[in-house]
Design a binder for this molecule. Sequence first.
Ligand SMILES: CC/C=C/CC(=O)SCCNC(=O)CCNC(=O)[C@H](O)C(C)(C)COP(=O)(O)OP(=O)(O)OC[C@H]1O[C@@H](n2cnc3c(N)ncnc32)[C@H](O)[C@@H]1OP(=O)(O)O
Length: 713
Amino acid sequence: MAECATYGTVAVLQINNPPLNVLGHDVRSQLMSGLQQALQDKAVCSIVIMGKGQTFTAGADVKEFGTEKVFWEPTLHSLVEAVSASTKPVVTAIHGTTLGGGVALALASHYRLADSSAKMGLPEVQLGILPTCGVTQRLPRLVGLQTAVRMVTSGQTQSAQQALTAGLLDKVVTDDLLKKAVGFARSVDVRGLEARRVSSWTVPGADRAEDVLDAARKTLVRRSRGAIAPLTALQAIQASLLPFETGMKREAELGRYLWTSWQAAALRYAFFAERTVKRWHIPRNKNVNYRTAEPMDIKSVGVLGAGTMGVGITISLLQAGLKVVLTEVNKAQLDKAVSLIQRSLEGKSGGKPQPMQLRATTDYSQLREVDLVIEAVFEDLALKKKVFQQLDAVTNPRTILATNTSGLDIDQIAAATQRPDKVIGTHFFSPAHVMRLLENIYGRHTSVETIATAMQLGATIGKVGVLVGNCPGFVGNRMKGLNFTEAMFLLEEGAEPQDVDKALEEFGFAMGPFRVSDLAGGDVHWRRRIQAGLTTEHGPPPYTPVLYRQGNRYSPLADMLCMQGRFGQKTGAGWYRYKSGSRTALPDAEVHRLIHKHRQDHGFQRRNISSQEIVERCLFPLINEGFRILEEGLATGPQDIDVIFLLGFGWPRHTGGPMYYADKVVGLGNLLQSLEKYRAYHPRSAHWVPSSLLRKMAAQGTSLSIWAAGSRL
Ligand SMILES: CC/C=C/CC(=O)SCCNC(=O)CCNC(=O)[C@H](O)C(C)(C)COP(=O)(O)OP(=O)(O)OC[C@H]1O[C@@H](n2cnc3c(N)ncnc32)[C@H](O)[C@@H]1OP(=O)(O)O
C-alpha cells in the first residue's frame, strides 16, 4: 500500500496501490505512519513522497465516496495538513497522471518535482465536488488566480512543462525519479522551511483579482449550463484572497455543500457508468457476456466509404496504430478524404501517417486480407445490403463485417451475407474521431466472438463501447426521436422554436432540438420519414390525415420546411435563418408565419407553454422509451442507456443521464404520474403510455439502481 525506506538522511514514502495508487484508507494510514516515523527518526533530515507503478496517484478513492470510509482518520485532509505542518522538508515527486488528492499532497509539500512525462490535474468538478484539502487556497498562491481558475474549473490536466512554467513545480527531471528526488531532498535546507509553506504566501496579482474573477464568472455561467460545481469552485478560489485560515474555512463550507449535492452523486454515477458498460451481457442470454467471450486480434481494418463518417473512423483507427485500407469507388472523393486524414493527423501528432498504415484504394478486392471491415456508405438499406453482398464475396471468410448505421436493421444487412455470425453494427457518432461513444449492435446471429471483438476494438481506439440489441434506431436514436416529435407538437400548441431550445438549453443541453436539427441537416430525417412511408416529397401520402400517421399523432412541420428546401445551416435556413457563413441561429419570421398558419389551418388554440412543460414533454417520453428498451432486453442495464446519452447526445452530465435522472431526481412515481397526466391530454400519442416496467417499479416503490444492481453480472 505504502512503503517506507531510507536513503541516508532521506526517508522515502512510496505509494504502492496498483493500478492507479488511489488514496484509499489503507494508503492514507500507511502514509501517515510513515510520515510520523520519519519525523521522529533523528537520522532523517528530509522526506520524499512518491508512487510506484504507472502514476504517483490518481487521487482519492472514488469508490469510498458515499461511504463512511472517506471520513475515517486519517482523512485525506488530515494527511495533507500533516504534510504541510511537517517540521522536515517534504519533497513530492510526481510521475504519470497525478490527479485530485495527489495534487493536494504536492501543494502542501515544501518542494515539488516531476518527471518530464507527468501530467497534473484537478478533475474534482467533473465529479461534482470541490478540490478541498487546501487546493483552492494554496494553488492561487502558487500559480496566480487565472491559472488556478482554469485548472480547477476545467478539470483539464497540465503537462509537466506547463506546470513548471506556471510555478506549480520547482523542477522537472528526466529518468530515475527516485534517485533525482532523493538527491534533491538531500540538497534542501530545513532552515528555509517556513518560507516554503505556500499557506504563508499571498496570491500574486491580487490587485487584478476582480477583473479575473468577473471574466471567469461570465464564462462559467455560460459554459456550466446548470452544473453547480464550477461556479462554487470559483467562489472558493475567490476566498484565497482572504487570510489563509479564513479561506480554508470557506473552502470547507463550500466543499460540504457540493459533497452532499445531488449533482455530485449523479456525476459519480456517470464516472462509474462509463466504466461499467464494458462489463456487458445479453439480457436474454446472460451466458453471453464479457467474461465468456474471446475477442479476435484485430491488426488491420478496412473502411468502406470515404465520406465524413469514413474519414472520422479512419482517423480514429490510425491514431490507435491500426493498419487501415480505405476504400471508396469515387476517386476524387478518396483523394479528398486522404488529404483530410493527413491534415488531421499532422495537426495532432506532428507527423503524417506512415504510408503502410493507410492504404487508400478504389478497389474492393484490396479488403481481402483485413481482419475487420467497417462499412460507412450512405444510410440506405438497399445500398448497404448490396455492399455487404460484395464484401462477403471479396473478403476472407474469417473477416468481421461491421456496418456503421444509425438505425437500420442489422439482421437484414447480415442476411445479405453467408456469415451473419460475423456481422455487427458499429454506430459511430459524428465527428467520429472526436465523439467517444460507440454503440455496438448485435443481430440475431451475431456470434459472441464478433461482439467481443467490436467491444475490444472500441476500447483500442479510445471509445466507450456500449452493446445494444437490434431495433429501429437502436437505443440512442429510438429514444431521441421522441424528443423531436414532441418538440414539434409544442410548436403546434403555442411555443416557438427558440422557446423550446431555450428551455432545453437551460436544462443543460448544449443545443436545443431545433438548433441540433439545423446543424445536422433536416433532410437526413426527412429522407428517413419518406422511406418509412410517413410522408412524401410533396406532402402527406394520399388519403392520409395531415396530423395523424401510422396510428399516432404526427406533426408535418419539419416536412413542410424541407419541402421549401430549408434543410438548416447548410442551406442558410431551417428552423432559424443564418447569415452567410455564420452559425448563429436567428429567429425567422417566415418560420413563425408558417407555424402560425399551420395552427390556424388545423384549429390549434395557441397557449403559453411553461419551460417546465417543455422539458417534461421533450424528455419524459424519451425516458419512458428507455424503460421499454430495458423491458425488451435491448440494453444490458440503465447505465448503458445513460452512457449513450451522456456521450452521444449531449445529455447534461451533472444529471447523470436520462435513466438516472428519472430514478433519482424526478422519482419513478412522479414520472409515472406525469406520463399519465400528459397521456390524458394527448391520447393519440402512444409514447405517453407508461411502460409496464416503469409501472411495476413505481408500484413496488423500488428504484432502477436496485433493479440494475440485481441484473448486472
Ligand atoms: C475526499 C475528497 C477529495 C477528493 C480529491 C480527489 O482526489 S477526487 C478524485 C480525483 N481523481 C479522479 O477523478 C481520477 C479519475 N480517474 C481517471 O480519470 C482515470 O481513471 C485515469 C486516472 C486518467 C486513468 O484512466 P485509464 O483509462 O487508464 O483507467 P480507467 O479509467 O479505466 O481506470 C482503471 C480502473 O481504476 C478505477 N479508478 C480510476 N480512478 C479511480 C479513483 N480515483 N478512485 C477509485 N477508482 C478509480 C476505474 O474505475 C477502473 O476500475 P475498473 O474496475 O477497472 O472499471
